[in-house]
Design a protein around this ligand. Structure first.
Ligand code: PLP
Length: 379
């Protein structure tokens, strides 16, 4: 199998699995228990908190563990709005993940005003529109850092600064960027930032929300006193420890991985465009996260391409995994003004530190043959 669907999820590092196994088997104590067994589990959580904080330039006490990226995002948005009942506006963009968009839609049903800022052909957020939509009534603004479908890296700093200068809190969805791009919260004035372990070779179902000191936030999940009362429920100790190890490894290896993966991704782009004249790389002219490419194959359907790739043992995706199977073209590509026909034909290949040159060469060898078959069939 050739796995090029790393934006959907990544293979856990062996070191992560090794760190989790003893906790699942023997270290099963409840971290809230006062006995030594429980306190040992609590200590492990605190070590992981430090490792996650270090990855993003935060303090350990600014990290709240959650049940994944989606939950962190829900906590950030809902949790802030609950503390600002005088403000009724939420600002975000048209290219967010569904974890943000579905919450935004719910806010609209709850009577909030929501604006979705547009992007240009390269997927970059329109900064003039962003500024014009910030107002005294804005309770929170939310931006995606690296887009899960196209890999586009938002030009975040000026957007964040313009909001924070007006006293408006900003949440960043860093689920696809943390561990792959430098994220330094000591120099980026955001109030909240969401992470997810399974996107950087950690386990699924565990994530974290960075909450800057002095940010008032209401919990979504009420229960015990865990996570400084911001997330009730007995902690997923093994998952949290796995996330900590994954964060530490990502931090140590990021620069060397980035260079190698970027080279492979660029070779994949170039190779596909040389061999397949009707292929276009979307958002090629703007900074993209090094592991991701989104390519339209004019005239063909992405679903059919994915099925043939899958039969040949190659895993790729048509944009957001959560929306695959739907016939709607990607909302991200639509927002970029990409014609419907091209959006329907877009395939996302996402690499990781485990992708090899041989695998990329095998894809370059196979893909033109598969597409020729498909073109013949669709005539
Ligand atoms: N945000 C982005 C940009 C994502 O790509 C994803 C997952 O694909 C999420 C949020 C949701 O994260 P999780 O799968 O941990 O709930």
């Amino acid at each position: 199998m050739i796995y090029l669907d790393n934006n959907a999820t990544t293979q856990p590092c062996p070191e992560v699995v090794e760190a989790m196994l003893p906790l699942l088997r023997d270290g099963y104590a409840n971290p809230s228990s006062v006995h030594q067994f429980g306190q040992a589990a609590k200590h492990q959580i605190e070590c992981a908190r430090l490792q996650v904080a270090k990855l993003i330039g935060a303090h350990a006490r600014e990290i709240v563990f959650t049940g994944g990226g989606t939950e962190a995002i829900n906590l950030a948005i809902r949790g802030i709005l609950a503390t600002r009942s005088d403000k009724r506006h939420f600002l975000t963009t048209k290219v967010e993940h569904s974890a943000v968009l579905r919450v935004a839609e719910q806010l609209e049903r709850d009577g909030y005003r929501v604006d979705y800022v547009g992007v240009d052909r390269d997927g970059q957020i329109d900064s003039a529109e962003w500024e014009s939509k910030l107002s005294d009534d804005t309770a929170l603004a939310s931006i995606i850092h690296a887009n899960n479908e196209t890999g586009v890296i938002s030009n975040m700093k000026p957007l964040v600064e313009s909001a924070e200068q007006r006293g408006i809190s900003v949440h960043v969805d860093a689920v696809q960027s943390a561990g792959k791009l430098p994220v330094d919260l000591s120099s980026l004035p955001v109030s909240l930032l969401s992470l997810s372990a399974h996107k950087f070779h950690g386990p699924k179902g565990v994530g974290a929300l960075f909450v800057r000191r002095k940010t008032r936030l209401a919990p979504l999940i009420l229960g015990g006193n865990q996570e400084r009362l911001l997330r009730g429920g007995t902690e997923n100790v093994a998952g949290i420890v796995g996330m900590g190890v994954a964060a530490q490894l990502a931090e140590q290896r990021r620069t060397s991985i980035e260079e190698r993966v970027c080279e492979l991704r660029n070779d994949l782009d170039r190779g596909i465009c040389e061999r397949i004249p009707f292929a276009t790389v979307n958002a090629q002219d703007t900074p993209r996260i090094c592991n991701t490419t989104n390519i339209s194959f004019d005239g063909l359907g992405a679903e059919a391409i994915l099925i043939l790739l899958s039969e040949a043992g190659i895993c790729a995706s048509s944009g957001a995994a959560c929306s695959s199977g739907s016939l709607e073209p990607s909302h991200v590509l639509q927002a970029m003004g990409i014609e419907e026909k091209l959006a329907h034909s877009a395939v996302r290949f996402s690499l990781s530190q485990y992708t090899t040159r041989d695998e990329i060469e095998a894809v370059l060898e196979l893909l033109p043959k598969l597409l020729a078959r498909l073109t013949a069939l669709s005539r």
